[in-house]
Design a binder for this molecule. Sequence first.
Ligand code: CAA
Ligand code: NAI
Length: 247
Amino acid sequence: MTRLKERVAIITGGAQGIGFSTAQRFAEEGAVVVIADFDQDKGLQSEQALRNEHARCKFIPVDVADRTNVDALVATVKQEFGRIDILVNNAGITKDAMLRKMTPDQFEHVIQVNLSGVFNCTQAVAPIMIEQEKGKIISTSSVSGVYGNVGQTNYAAAKAGIIGMTKTWAKELGRKGINVNAVVPGFTETRMVETVPQNVIDQIKSQIPMQRLGRPEDIANAYLFLASEESEYINGHALHVDGGIMM
Ligand code: CAA
Ligand code: NAI
């Protein structure tokens, strides 16, 4: 399998969940994978798991909300691998609360990781991709950012913002040979949804025509398509991978 042969890919939040599934999928397709994650223990475990499958993989600890960290990440990858072909802005957190109970800290923290983190990583890799006259930038939005979701003022704001930034960057960077797209996952079976009360999950499932939550590999396959040569003329798109939860 060689759809990403020798491509150098940074996957933020790649230590678990959707990000790790994406790292596995990219590695299967021949990519050199950099797992950039906040969680040292999980990051090292994931690096080892991929190396056991003979993947070319490196874990680099990073907080995407910290610009100095992100600049160091990008400099290390460029120095070690010579280029950066793919950036998957996947790192994300939730701090859910109803509007009346949400603290300014809860609001700010989610915006810093989920929105500023995407800005930081994209701004840091863009000059390298512009110089290469080639690159793929894919960011993770959410159905919460498109339709809203009870308890997610902060998260919905960040995920809607990602779509706006994606379209802006598609216009700015498309003419430089860089494709910029977003994936819009529906509710997907990872640690993130474990915090959602069961009655809410049941209600959500009943609204999905496919009658199940997403699996991490469902989202990873969408990233793969948008990272591959097969999507060369797709730019500024927000690809829903949500089982048709809302149409
Ligand atoms: N739809 C409709 N009503 C809802 C609701 C929902 N999804 N969730 C909660 N409510 C209602 C409750 O039934 C309750 O109604 P009443 O006051 O009439 O009883 C009211 O809102 C308050 O709910 P809680 O009693 O649960 O309030 P709380 O302060 O204890 O907790 C909460 C609030 C933290 C938001 C909690 O309800 C919760 O965790 N909800 C789920 C939030 C969610 O869906 N998060 C998604 C995480 S996964 C993710 O983010 C991935 C992605 O991209 C989609
Ligand atoms: P997860 O919680 O399983 O994984 C998130 C990863 O991001 C973790 O490895 C975590 O350590 C890392 N991370 C968190 N903060 C970070 C930071 N500041 N810097 C670097 N890494 C950081 O979550 P999941 O479900 O795999 O989510 C991946 C992305 O998909 C997130 O952006 C999430 O918002 C989005 N998403 C998830 C959905 C779901 O239902 N699971 C639905 C829609 C979008």
